[in-house]
Write a new protein. Structure first.
Length: 187
């Protein structure tokens, strides 16, 4: 201390954090969803949004019941795609049970896909064939196809996972070491 040196020198330096680019700064990641399904989820979101926006632009209709049903289904599809995609792409996926997320995704994809097919068929049978209505129905069918492909991919993955899982053997064999008493050596 007498020679002017500092007693307590800084012994550690703060770790340099590498600047991360893109959506990783907010915690977003695509690691929980395979690339084909991620593309399908994005397509479902975009196509259902476009179908909804295009049907909202329609000013006059003669038989509006098909239009209103299509409006409800396309808006619902768009709004249900957002939380599922957010669930897969944010840290929330790690905090929720993965099986529940996958079951919820399966339920939404199957129901929305079915209703999108029905709404597109009903609307295409009742529309006035204006260019905007044709475009809305076209995007409705494209969205229906995207939901159907996603449904098939989920089913394929579930069936494939069941085939790879070996059946559990619940029958106990009498000669296993774990079935022997601890204090008595096997005879």
């Amino acid at each position: 201390m007498e020679n002017g040196g500092r007693v307590y020198e800084e012994t550690t330096s703060p770790a340099e954090s590498s600047p991360q680019k893109g959506l990783r700064n907010c915690g977003c990641t695509a690691a929980h969803l395979e690339r084909p399904r991620l593309v399908l989820k994005a397509l479902q979101l975009v196509l259902s949004f476009l179908a909804f926006v295009l049907e909202e632009v329609i000013e006059v209709c003669t038989n509006c019941s098909g239009l209103y049903f299509f409006e409800f289904v396309s808006c619902s599809a768009f709004l249900l795609c957002i939380p599922i995609l957010a669930m897969y792409c944010t840290p929330l996926y790690e905090k929720v049970e993965k099986r529940q997320v996958k079951n919820l995704d399966f339920g939404i994809v199957s129901l929305v896909g079915l209703f999108f097919w029905i709404a597109s068929i009903v609307f295409s049978s009742t529309y006035d064939k204006t260019p905007i209505e044709i475009a809305a129905v076209t995007f409705g069918y494209f969205a229906s196809i995207a939901f159907t492909v996603d449904f098939v991919m989920i089913l394929y993955k579930r069936c494939h996972a069941r085939k790879e899982t070996p059946p559990e053997n619940t029958a106990r064999l009498p000669n296993l070491a774990e079935n022997q008493p601890l204090n008595n050596p096997p005879a």
